[in-house]
Design a protein around this ligand. Structure first.
Ligand code: OXD
Ligand code: MN
Length: 597
């Protein structure tokens, strides 16, 4: 046992009595213990050791084909009252859910070991950090938690002997039965129960379950915010660093933006980008009244396909040691890994993600994928060449700007700034992404994803918007400025107009200058926009008229986005009934007025 905390011990006793493991192992975070567990997992085949010369410390894991992604339809927020989960979450009465899952957990670890994982979300001892304990029957989970969190007995020391403020996570892979798979949050009890999955997003309980669903609820009660945001620092030639947080729906390039490499013209001038986090930000007002951010995580759980030396060299380099790969392909010639988009040479002697030996070249040519599209790397943050020197700062970094974004073919311009915090909250609430349509010019289906939190908000989204408005009141004129970007506008043939990737620096530079008060803007119906000539195009083969086009606001398509049946803003807001904050209604009416002028 690594703690005398009675609340921890009582809870573990209860879970042990329920799950009935043969053995209990407490993770102290020591190298020897992790090494021994790695060897054990390799001996059972749970993990595969990769080429230790080319990929030192790297391991491979394969999940069942029925278990390769988060399962939103089996994810529940079990608050006592249904209204507190809100219309965007699945809800079930907590007593009913507990009874159902208790029957499933009963004896589930017979013949297995229960691992007790204490961990800190955020740097040890940070005023913004929180402690969690995950109980699991999977070594894969233990090894992932070691990368993704600050794990080990130090977390118990931070918790102390009497505190009850820790998140209780219980995971069992059970039979990996998709029919009985449940990812359940009990926000009012600081508890997460996950069963019948062995895939990362469902079992690394620190991540979406704690750091977003439970933490967003805690943040509302305690006066802070848990957001689905990357954190990066933009260093200007004079050494001044402007920190920004950015929220994009899953699969819109957050990891790429977080690790952006500025174009050569910016590098030559002395600009740098530093990564603090790529997925989650915890934000809290600091002693000076500004908003400070920490990345509660300690690693990156990134999507492998599409990651290469051009799209994101920093991410690829981060995966070259001490990394766990899940569901990518193996190159059997040298026992390394491969995925679609890594390079143009699928290995001939390959094992695809489900485990079949294939001729990779022929397999891919036949339209198959060697790696699962949601295959992942779990990489330590310290591997990242551009990790911020402030990454472990317990006080976090002061945030100057918050950026929202989505994937919109036509509506949203390249960038705009909200008029103020309230309007910025509204801008976040109407965020949306379109599925990319195959047919030229056709627009995809719109999915509204407020603040990129649709699957991650642990309480009623309308209350969450009110919490944003309340935080704005508290921060007053020290509140970060709020922006919206869209890298994904397309021409009539469906091609992206903006080059994206490193060139997004050109937009970030305008944002940073707006925060410093050194850049101009023009007022439009939707917010402030840069003048086209204020986006620096040096070294880029793009005409200023293209930028003008990227910044144009088509009022008709905005009005259509408000009133479209089912997926329009009005239809979305209607789901929240009278819970919708009056301010949001006011903002929507004001937008409509401005657009109709
Ligand atoms: C993630 C996601 O895995 O947002 O980060 O789905
Ligand atoms: Mn995410």
């Amino acid at each position: 046992m690594l703690t005398n905390n009675k609340n921890v011990l009582a809870w573990i006793d209860e879970m042990v009595a329920l799950c009935k493991p043969d053995k209990i192992v407490w993770l102290d975070g020591s190298e020897e213990q992790l090494k021994a567990l790695t060897e054990e997992a390799i001996s059972t085949g749970e993990m595969i050791r990769l080429n230790q010369e080319k990929l030192p410390g790297c391991l491979y894991h394969r999940t069942l084909p029925n278990d390769v992604a988060r399962v939103e339809d089996r994810t529940f927020i079990c608050s006592k009252k249904e209204i507190d989960a809100g219309p965007t979450n699945n809800w079930c009465d907590p007593d009913e859910m507990r009874a159902k899952l208790t029957a499933m957990y009963d004896g589930v670890m017979k013949g297995r070991t229960m691992y007790v994982i204490p961990y800190s979300m955020g740097p040890f001892g940070s005023p913004l950090a929180k402690v969690g304990v995950e109980l699991t029957d999977s070594i894969y989970v233990v090894l992932n938690m070691d990368i993704m969190t600050r794990m080990g007995k130090k977390a118990f020391e931070d918790l102390g002997d009497t505190s009850d403020d820790f998140v209780r996570g219980l995971h069992s892979k059970a039979d990996v039965d998709p029919e009985n798979r449940y990812i359940v949050q009990f926000p009012e009890d600081n508890t997460i129960w996950s069963i019948n999955s062995a895939y990362g997003g469902n079992v690394i309980l620190s991540k979406k379950c704690f750091a977003l669903r439970i933490a967003s609820y805690q943040g509302r009660n305690e006066g802070w915010m848990a957001e689905h945001m990357l954190i990066l620092g933009i260093e200007a030639p004079n050494g001044e660093v402007t920190y920004v947080c950015a929220a994009f729906p899953s699969a819109c390039g957050k990891t790429n933006l977080a690790m952006l490499i500025p174009p050569e013209v910016y590098q030559k001038k002395g600009y740098k980008v530093w990564t603090v986090g790529d997925d989650i930000a915890w934000l809290k007002p600091g002693p000076d009244g500004r908003l400070y951010a920490i990345n509660p995580e300690n690693g990156f759980f990134g999507v492998a396909p599409g990651t290469n030396m051009k799209s994101n060299p920093n991410a690829l380099i981060s995966t070259q040691k001490n990394t766990i790969f899940t569901n990518v392909a193996i190159n059997n010639d040298d026992n390394t890994v491969w995925w679609e988009g890594l390079d143009k040479n699928p290995p001939e002697n390959a094992t695809e993600w489900k485990g079949a030996k294939v001729n990779g070249k022929e397999y891919v040519a036949d339209g198959n994928k060697l790696a699962h599209p949601n295959s992942r790397f779990t990489a330590p943050a310290i591997n990242c060449p551009c990790i911020s020197p402030e990454f472990n700062n317990p006080d976090g970094v002061p945030v100057s700007a918050i950026i929202f974004g989505g994937r919109r073919a036509k509506t949203a311009p390249l960038v705009y700034q909200s008029f103020d915090w309230k309007h910025g909250t509204f801008v976040g609430s109407i965020m949306a992404s379109e599925t990319t349509a195959a047919a030229a010019g056709a627009t995809g289906v719109v999915r509204r994803d407020p603040m990129a939190m649709l699957p991650f908000c642990g309480y009623n989204m309308a209350d969450y918007w009110q919490h944003w408005l309340d935080m704005g009141e508290k921060l007053g004129d020290k509140a970060p400025k709020i922006f919206h970007v869209n890298w994904f506008r397309t021409d009539d043939e469906g091609n992206f107009i903006w080059p994206g990737f490193g060139d997004n620096m050109r937009v970030l530079a305008w944002i940073a200058d707006r925060c410093k008060g050194t850049a101009d803007a023009v007022e439009t119906a939707i917010g402030y926009e840069p003048k086209a000539e204020d986006i620096n195009l040096e070294g880029l083969d793009i005409d200023i008229n293209v930028i003008k086009d990227l910044l144009s606001v088509d009022k008709e398509s905005w009005l259509e986005d408000i009133d479209r049946p089912e997926t329009g803003i009005e239809a979305f807001y209607a789901k929240f009934g009278d819970k919708l904050p009056a301010e949001m209604r006011k903002q929507l009416d004001a937008l409509r007025d401005r657009l109709s002028k």
